[in-house]
Design a protein around this ligand. Structure first.
Ligand SMILES: *Cc1c(COP(=O)(O)O)cnc(C)c1O
Length: 507
């Protein structure tokens, strides 16, 4: 079992000692000094920093130890099971990291003449083509840097589409189911539309009648993930996209859950017009903590003119890859250059390594693992499945601890802390919002049956403690982690996020 270490919690600032250095900055040459001064003179004095930066003064060894210790107090996919639903915290093969260290990948610059980086452009062009094939879209942009950024790109395309047709005054609404990820309604507002929420039916899917009565001439589009966040595949998906198209709305596919469907079904064939991918979920980039990601967006052919510029195209007469700026209705740029190249490269290596059959096998295993866990966990006293109890789930499922709370006063949060104490990362909790005391479990394809069984045993144990009235031994957990129970409300209301904030608090 994984145990986090409990090092003394000292900030690197508190280890600072005046004059100590870990890295010597090279002194500037005379030419460099002159040009630096020239640049400095152009900066308005009001924008120049007056005070010192206040960086910690520490030795190299001190830095190494500090971050090694922090990593030992942390938990990641490389330390253990991480069934965080909707986030697809699967194993990211190390070979995908390796390719990003090649000099061909590292020693290039986005301003280089495209003719001198044909290999990199080819990689991006091919990845975009593969993603288009997997999703049933015509063309893909790799620019967006995250899922939410992909959503923004996609809904800006929806906006421009209606604008060009002269319908934007009337096309004001975007439909989002109540099981949606929070980024969906946020994106709708960011892009200047109104969110119209439709309820799920008893099966946890879109209520078609509710959809019909909501759709009108004001409908600009719909945002859906399928399978949805409950792990349910919409049985009426073609009907849903047809209803939206009838009023000239566009159907947006939130592809964060792509791990379930690779090589199985394609959003394009379901009738969707725009799709985003989370390369940092499905395609081999480690994520969490806000690191770099990629959220490529694919569109059907009639939306191609709206894509961000430039796209990467191939000229068959000169055999050259080039940057295509000719997208007459382009929404513009959504990010500098071409996107996060190292993330793109990882996805390319991942897909190349697995091939089409391999990707299909990934989805097979992801779905099999989820169903195995769903079947076993819903038999445990105190846990129930509120949507789709008797049917297969896709890559994830949502367990409710509603009864455990009602009967034994143990909440989903208590269950999570108990899981942490047993050396695993807990599932996503209290999401989706329509399930009370939700525990959203996504095992991914990476884990063995043994690990899945160990997790089920932890759920059995927490249920056993609760129903033998040993609640105390649950509510005091975690004891075996680097951090015990924190005051969630205080952490949210009075967060201390920097050394400066800490100093202010102390003074
Ligand atoms: C993760 C996720 C997103 C957002 O992706 P980010 O890369 O975190 O911005 C959107 N929708 C769903 C269903 C997700 O799981």
């Amino acid at each position: 079992m994984f145990r986090q270490t409990s090092w003394k919690k000292t900030l690197i600032f508190e280890q600072s000692s005046p004059g100590r250095i870990g890295h010597e900055v090279e002194t500037l040459s005379e030419i460099e000094e002159t040009s630096l001064n020239r640049i400095m003179q152009k900066i308005p004095p009001g924008l120049l920093r007056q005070k010192q930066l206040g960086l910690p003064e520490v030795s190299e060894l001190c830095v190494v130890r500090h971050f090694t210790r922090l990593s030992q107090m942390n938990y990641g996919v490389d330390s253990g099971f991480y069934p965080l639903g909707s986030c697809t915290m699967k194993y990211n093969p190390k070979i995908c990291d390796l390719v990003t260290t090649f000099p061909e990948a590292q020693k290039i610059h986005p301003y280089q003449d495209p003719r001198s980086v044909q290999g990199s452009l080819q990689i991006m062009h091919e990845l975009a083509k593969w993603l288009a094939e997997l999703s049933g879209m015509k063309k893909v942009t790799l620019q967006p840097a995250a899922g939410a950024h992909g959503e923004y790109t996609g809904i800006m395309i929806v906006r421009k589409y209606h604008q060009i047709k002269g319908n934007l005054d009337r096309k004001r609404e975007i439909i989002v189911p109540d099981s949606a990820h929070g980024t969906n309604p946020a994106t709708v507002s960011m892009c200047g539309f109104e969110t119209v929420v439709i309820p799920s039916n008893e099966g946890g899917c879109v209520d078609i009648e509710a959809l019909r009565s909501t759709v009108s001439e004001r409908t600009a589009g719909i945002m859906l993930t399928n399978p949805n966040t409950l792990g349910r595949f919409e049985p009426d998906i073609e009907e849903i996209t047809r209803i939206i198209h009838e009023v000239d709305g566009l159907a947006y596919y939130d592809g964060a859950n792509f791990n379930a469907i690779m090589g199985k079904v394609r959003p394009g064939d379901m009738g969707f017009d725009i799709v985003h991918f989370n390369l940092h979920k499905t395609f081999a980039t480690p994520h969490g903590g806000g690191g770099p990601g990629a959220g490529p967006v694919g569109v059907v052919s009639r939306l191609e003119p709206f894509l961000p510029i430039p796209t990467i195209d191939f000229d068959p007469t000169t055999y050259e890859y080039f940057l295509q700026y000719d997208h007459p209705h382009s929404i513009g740029k959504v990010r500098s250059y071409y996107g996060n190249f190292s993330i793109i490269l990882r996805a390319y290596a991942y897909i190349l390594r697995l091939g089409y059959e391999g990707l299909k096998a990934v989805s097979d295993m992801a779905v099999l693992n989820a169903n195995y866990m769903k079947t076993l966990s819903q038999k445990i006293k105190g846990f129930t499945i509120l949507y789709g109890k008797d049917s297969f789930c896709m890559h994830e499922f949502v367990l409710s601890a509603k009864e455990l709370l009602k009967e034994k006063n143990i909440s989903a949060l208590d269950v999570s802390k108990f899981i942490i104490d047993h050396g695993f990362h807990p599932p996503t909790i209290y999401f989706p919002l329509i399930v009370p005391e939700a525990l959203m479990i996504e095992p991914t394809e990476s884990e063995s049956k043994k690990i899945l069984d160990e997790f089920i045993d932890i759920l059995k144990e927490v249920s056993h403690f609760a129903y033998t009235d040993q609640q105390d031994s649950i509510s005091e957990k975690p004891l075996n982690a680097s951090v015990g129970r924190i005051d969630d409300v205080k952490a949210a209301r009075q967060p201390i996020l920097s050394y400066r904030m800490l100093k202010q608090k102390e003074s």
